[in-house]
Design a protein around this ligand. Structure first.
Ligand code: 2YC
Length: 273
């Protein structure tokens, strides 16, 4: 999983209003509505119970990412939740959160970014929530995915979650991963749930044969200009963005869903409510 950098997270807190307007224009729904659709949870629960959410800095491993907990907290409070960032990090921060009466904890080390509801025991993982959240956004952007061909790039945690969400919307899913056994494992897991997924081993023919993409791989510039047409729609949870930045602005405005944290964090919150 790609580790965010300070300049990925730094702008988030001060651009959430504009971000939400862009999301509304692209998908027809707000960040709250998108997270509610992805998690199958009603948003008013957030308002009625209004549990305190604590975001806890973790110094282990490669340590703190400047602005990370602040960005996570800003997204959560933007959704209408009471939010606090603990003064203490790590285990002390967990204790501080409990003493403050927090019901939901958000924390990330180098391997996992989780939300935990200490009252219900519910846990949401960022990779799983991000896959669901982005597919909900793609479904809105495409006005439905039933019967539509979707190319999924990347069979990691986000890709596996996206694949399940896609087949549940009725999409015809083809998966490509540089590691063919990862694609095979994803196919097996989805088939166990009663759905079908096609494995593609030739990236170029997969890209030229599709207009709807979920780019859940950490590679840069996978989707090139020659693969983009008027019908192209891209949901790109992968960091860094897999499409050449500059051309994207010209060609794909309003048809490319991509952010460093917002959709994943919003979906995590509703998943654990
Ligand atoms: O500041 C902190 O508390 C750090 N321990 C946070 C480390 C987050 C590492 N994970 C990531 O950068 C990516 C994110 C896209 C979410 C999941 N992994």
């Amino acid at each position: 999983m790609t580790r965010l950098k300070e300049n990925d997270v730094e702008p988030i807190a001060t651009t959430l209003v504009g971000y939400n307007e862009d999301l509304l224009r692209m998908t027809g729904c707000s960040l709250r509505e998108l997270a509610a659709q992805a998690s199958g949870k009603e948003i008013d629960y957030l308002v009625n119970r209004n549990p305190l959410v604590a975001v806890i800095p973790m110094t282990c491993g490669e340590g703190i990412i400047e602005g990370f907990v602040e960005s996570v907290a800003s997204i959560i409070s933007y959704l209408g939740s009471r939010t606090v960032i603990t003064k203490i990090s790590d285990a002390g921060g967990v204790a501080e959160a409990i003493q403050l009466g927090a019901e939901i904890l958000f924390m990330a080390d180098d391997d996992r970014f989780v939300a935990i509801n200490i009252r219900t025991g519910k846990v949401s993982d960022n990779g799983e929530a991000t896959g669901k959240g982005y597919v909900a956004g793609l479904e809105r952007m495409c006005q439905g995915l039933n019967g539509k061909n979707v190319l999924l790039l990347g069979a990691g945690p986000v890709g596996n979650s996206a694949a399940l969400a896609l087949v549940r919307y009725g999409a015809q899913v083809t998966v490509f991963d540089v590691n063919i056994s990862a694609s095979q494992r994803l196919k097996g897991a989805i088939e166990e749930l009663g759905y079908n997924v096609q494995v593609e081993t030739n990236l170029e023919s997969a890209l030229t044969g599709h207009q709807i993409f979920v780019d859940a791989c950490p590679a840069e510039n996978v989707i090139q200009l020659r693969h983009i047409s008027q019908a192209t729609r891209i949901a790109a949870p992968g960091i860094p963005l897999g499409v050449p930045e500059l051309e994207v602005k010209q060609l794909l405005t309003d048809r490319l869903l991509h952010d460093p944290l917002q959709i994943g964090v919003a979906t995590m919150l509703l998943e654990v409510l």
